[in-house]
Structures are given as C-alpha cells and as structure tokens.
Design a protein. Structure first.
Length: 198
C-alpha cells in the first residue's frame, strides 16, 4: 500500500529537517520529516486558519489532523489559559508535534495518536480546528464534521479550512446539515474558512 500523510505508521524513510516560521507574530521552530503533511513549510490553508481563528484565552480546543503541529501550537498560544488537544492518526506526525511543543516551550497541549476521534470520545471541547485530510476521501472529511459535533459544548465552534477545488461546496452543504449556523468568515486564494456553531 502506498504511504500517505494519513497513514498510521508511514514506512517512508526518515528525512528530518527544521525550519522557522512566523505565526500570528510569534516565531516557531519546527522539526518535520518525510511522511507528514506539508513538511517543507506551513501550508497556505493552515496559515489562513491560524490567522483567522478566534476564541477565548481559556478555551478548550481540539486540533483534528494536527500533523507536526502548527495549527494546534498556534492555538495553544492563543488559548494561553486554556488547553489544546492535538490528534492525528499518523504516529510520526504525533511524535513531531510533541517535540515541536517542547522545543517552542508550549506546555498547555497534549498530543495523541487517534483514529479520527477514537481517543477523545466522551470529552467536550469549546472549539474544534481542522485542515481536513482531503486525500483521505469525502467520507472521512464528513465524519470529522459529523462526529466532531458530538464533542462540542453547546455553542461550541468548528473551524474548517478547505479549498474550493477540493470540496468546499460539499463541505459547506454538509456543515449546514449538521450545525445550527455556518458562516464563511474568510476567503483567500481559493481557500475558505468556515465556522460552524453547535
């Protein structure tokens, strides 16, 4: 089977590298590796979500498909009195995210290997953030939306970044079926940021 960034245990040979990146006015140092999503730089969709997301400093946040950690770690800085849980099915990505939290001095996070929401069921979050794994298929993306609603507190929000050509119209339609209200809060270079409220 071909490896993907959403493989549980990528067999691609390790090829670690480091880079620095400014997110919301703070410089982060990231270590990345082969077999993870957007290993060379923070991708535009994640960057747009990081710049657009808005929640209180004491929020409880879940980052779904965290990769090596840019969205979740930026969220942890914003939720300085809260807590961020970061989940990914990719064990290599989870190990990198843990290392990146440590190297950037961010302590209010936990990073878990989780097949979708398997390791966080029964918990409640104020905010869910996701740059969903489009290549995993529409069924997986829609499960993130549907099953995520069950983990949100009343009035909680799911923030989604998605490219128009990679399914934004169907994602919008699906979110509207599930959530009390959905709005497009940002749109740039073919990417949309949707905020869905429970």
């Amino acid at each position: 089977m071909t490896d993907h960034y959403y493989s549980n245990q990528p067999s691609t040979p390790h090829d670690e590298q480091e880079f620095t990146f400014d997110l919301n006015g703070r410089t982060f140092r990231f270590v990345t590796d082969a077999g993870v999503f957007s290993r060379d730089r923070v991708d535009f969709g994640s960057l747009l979500l990081i710049e657009t997301m808005d929640f209180s400093a004491d929020a409880s946040v879940l980052d779904v498909g965290c990769g090596y950690g840019p969205i979740g770690l930026a969220a942890a800085v914003r939720a300085s009195q809260g807590r961020v849980t970061m989940i990914d099915v990719n064990e290599r990505a989870v190990m990198l995210a843990r290392r990146n939290a440590e190297r950037n001095g961010i302590a209010n996070v936990e990073v878990l290997v989780s097949d979708l929401y398997s390791e966080v069921r029964g918990r409640t979050f104020d905010v869910i953030l996701t740059n969903p794994p489009i290549r995993a298929g529409k069924d997986v993306v829609h499960r993130i939306f549907t099953e995520g609603r069950e983990l949100l507190a009343d009035g909680g929000q799911m923030w989604v970044v998605i490219q128009k050509k990679q399914g934004a119209p169907s994602a919008w339609k699906k979110l509207q079926e599930i959530y009390a209200s959905v709005e497009e809060v940002e749109k740039k270079k073919g990417y949309s940021i949707f905020r869905a409220r429970k």
